[in-house]
Design a protein around this ligand. Structure first.
Ligand SMILES: [Zn+2]
Length: 228
């Protein structure tokens, strides 16, 4: 799953409006940010297989450190604790914990059985990937809901808040199309390098989010000094 993880990050803004979208988006995509690092380090393995499944040309041979449920709960707790230590924002930390764990749950829906619980467990996955168009429909609907929720929750203060946000949404859609319809990566190194680009999403989301403001607050302030 790709767009669905970003959808969770965008939608989570309505549960933790004071958290930066950069921090919120990092949570549901965290496992896929770590995964290319572990691939390059040789700690996890992936192969490029033309017909691994009807959806992706990748076969996830082993990834218990980034995608094993036990480790995922550890990553979620680590990230939420660091976030809470830095901000003391409880709602933000809870939403971030849930966001990290949501990655495994959403991957569980789409992956063919290749998701482990731990390094020694059997594999899980409901296999929505076996239905190419259903997978795309589910991801696009989730993404639409995420984008809609975020823009309902916040409003642009200036052009950066509007156009950089629109550019972010457009780029994610293009990246998704490239993954599905583009050529298979020629090597695992190139694949990991491409996957590492996802790290850009964090400062990018932080940037436009800092140029947007919660709509509810504007409404309250709009009562012209009246009690809120
Ligand atoms: Zn993943």
């Amino acid at each position: 799953m790709f767009l669905g993880h970003y959808a969770v990050g965008l939608a989570s803004k309505s549960f933790a409006p004071r958290a930066s979208l950069g921090a919120l988006i990092a949570a549901p995509i965290l496992l896929d940010l770590l995964w290319p690092l572990f691939i390059l380090l040789g700690w996890e393995q992936v192969s490029i297989v033309p017909n691994a499944n009807p959806f992706l040309r990748l076969q996830f041979d082993s990834y218990p450190i980034s995608h094993g449920l036990v480790a995922v709960i550890g990553w979620a707790t680590l990230y939420a604790s660091i976030y809470f230590g830095m901000t003391r924002y409880r709602e933000g930390a809870i939403v971030i914990w849930l966001g990290v764990v949501s990655h495994w749950v959403l991957d569980y829906l789409v992956h063919i059985p290749d998701l482990p619980l731990s390094a020694t467990s059997r594999f899980y996955g409901m296999g929505l990937w076996n239905h190419r168009w259903w997978t795309m429909a589910v991801e696009l609907i989730l993404f639409a809901v995420g984008v809609w929720t975020y823009q309902r929750e916040t409003r642009a203060k200036d052009e950066v808040g509007l156009f950089v946000f629109v550019g972010f949404v457009g780029t994610l859609l293009l990246a998704y199309a490239a993954v599905i319809f583009g050529p298979a990566p020629s090597s695992v190194k190139k694949l990991a390098g491409f996957a590492l680009l996802s790290w850009i999403a964090i400062p990018w989301a932080w940037w436009f989010d800092s140029h947007r403001e919660p709509r509810s607050e504007t409404r309250r302030v709009g009562v012209a000094g009246g009690p809120s």
